[in-house]
Ligand binder design. Structure first.
Ligand SMILES: Cc1cc2nc3c(=O)[nH]c(=O)nc-3n(C[C@H](O)[C@H](O)[C@H](O)COP(=O)(O)OP(=O)(O)OC[C@H]3O[C@@H](n4cnc5c(N)ncnc54)[C@H](O)[C@@H]3O)c2cc1C
Length: 444
């Protein structure tokens, strides 16, 4: 079984045989310590973890001419992390923090650039509808964001929404406000992963899957990275290990929450009504919670309207919280979680979509598909990007809190700038990893 990447050694930390080593049973294979094993290869930068953030970073580094190695513990198409799947929403209507807007503007440019390079459609700007109570949790901050960073959007009443998007059936008696962003929509996620991987390889990066990194050592001038397959060396190490960064972050007093999330697809009686183009992507706050979705497109394996719940109740947290990234491999509780989430989603759908849209004559809504993915929630819901405390040669990017995919090419630029020792991009300071580092054990 793979072990977690758990600890950092600095050049001036206690010796590598100190008690912070994970215990090994007598039978466990004795892996050579970094430094004692021959160096298999040298690179300008090593990226550990090849979800969307790692792949985008390998692409960016290799396009800048850096000899780049990417290491992934599973195969590149695995479904245990955060990034796999057919679609992810892209939007400027940011309720989480206004400062995401300039970053997402940059991301749109970079997604277009990736599309051009790959010759693939990665972005569908079918529009994005953000709706909720006038005094709720998402619309007021989106309107405040728009004041600070104006973006193209239109305010619609529930009646106007229902007229323009016939799949939607907003209750007219509630104090709902909708923000329609015509330039928002969704990204083709799996396709994007392929595009980043192909581009990275075409630019000379080496991407090795089934290479679980279990240890690294920072020394003057270099970092040694040890996987089961060998030891690699580079002057800079980037950790894009998603939920698997949890034990490392704990060392710095940053506690992330790992959550298993379920998403569902539903067919419609009149499939035209839920097609991209007729229906936008959406995020809707109801008294029952915050739900999001992506319209149907005949371009991905799952058919129908995708719907998921973004926020959490105490019951959801209890059933869906994972102790480690690895727990996604354990199927326990998925049925219980489905039993809890499906009725929530279906109650939401009955109230906010046109009557009979998804269920036809039947009383029960039956999803046509379901998928399981992982959220890595940072303590304040904002990303964690930066040098790890006490190190100038190791950076991490994680804690994307269920809204990071759209930013992958921007995160890649931030990380590549760190590898090249360039000054930080203005405007991304609010995401610095060390903002949350408490009484950290920095390895010193
Ligand atoms: C249900 C769901 C819906 C979402 N919807 C949206 C959305 O609509 N819009 C949006 O922008 N974002 C969305 N997101 C968020 C987005 O998908 C994530 O922010 C993003 O995928 C995070 O990617 P990552 O590369 O950080 O993590 P991951 O994809 O988990 O990648 C981490 C990788 O590191 C590897 N790894 C870990 N440890 C090691 C090791 N020791 N050695 C080697 N490899 C290792 C793992 O195997 C994994 O492949 C959603 C997420 C989920 C779960």
């Amino acid at each position: 079984m793979a072990q977690y990447l758990r600890f950092v050694e600095m050049a001036d930390s206690p010796s590598s045989s100190d008690s912070s080593d994970p215990p090994q049973s007598e039978d466990a294979p004795r892996l050579p310590r970094p430094g004692s094993a021959p160096i298999r290869d040298r690179y300008d930068a090593i990226v550990v973890g090849l979800g969307v953030m790692g792949l985008a970073t390998c692409r960016e580094l290799s396009r800048r001419g850096l000899r780049t190695l990417g290491l992934e513990q599973y195969d590149l198409h695995h479904d245990q992390g955060c990034s796999h799947g057919s679609t992810r929403i892209i939007r400027r209507a940011y309720s989480e923090h206004p400062s995401y807007v300039p970053l997402v503007e940059r991301a749109f440019d970079l997604w277009r650039d990736t599309e051009e390079e790959s010759g693939q459609t990665l972005l569908n700007t079918c529009g994005m509808l953000t709706a909720g109570p006038a005094k709720g949790r998402i619309v007021p901050p989106v309107l405040a964001t728009r004041e600070k960073y104006p973006f193209d959007c239109e305010l619609l009443t529930p009646g106007e929404v229902n007229e323009r998007f016939p799949a939607i059936g907003f209750p007219l008696d509630k104090d709902l406000v909708a923000v329609h962003e015509p330039g928002g929509g969704y990204l083709y996620a799996d396709r994007a992963l392929e595009a980043f991987a192909s581009s990275a390889r075409a630019n000379g990066a080496t991407l090795l899957d089934c290479h679980h990194v279990r240890h690294w050592t920072e020394e003057p001038g270099r970092v040694l990275v040890e996987s089961e397959e060998g030891t690699f060396e580079a002057p800079f190490l980037i950790l894009t290990t998603g939920p698997w960064a949890k034990p490392l972050l704990s060392q710095f007093g940053i506690e992330v929450t790992l959550l298993r999330k379920l998403v569902f697809w539903y067919l419609a009686e009149n499939e035209q009504l839920i097609r991209a183009g007729t229906m936008p992507s959406f995020a809707i706050e109801s008294p029952r919670g915050i739900y999001y979705g992506v319209p149907d497109n005949h371009d991905t394996p799952e058919e129908g309207l995708k719907i998921g719940r973004h926020d959490n109740t105490p019951e959801l947290l209890e059933i869906a919280t994972l102790d480690s990234g690895e727990e996604m491999r354990v199927e326990r509780w998925i049925d219980d979680q489905e039993d809890l989430v499906r009725p929530m989603i279906e109650a939401f759908a009955r109230e906010y979509f046109a009557p009979g849209l998804l269920c036809g004559e039947s009383r029960e809504l039956v999803p046509s598909d379901m998928a399981v993915r992982q959220y890595c929630l940072s303590p304040d819901g904002h990303f964690l990007i930066g040098h790890i405390p006490g190190s100038s040669r190791i950076a991490a990017a994680t804690g994307f809190s269920g809204h990071g995919f759209k930013f992958a090419p921007v995160v890649a630029e931030l990380l590549a700038d760190m590898a090249e020792n360039k000054p930080p991009t203005p405007g991304a300071d609010f995401l610095r990893l060390d903002r949350l580092a408490g009484s950290a054990r920095t390895g010193r």
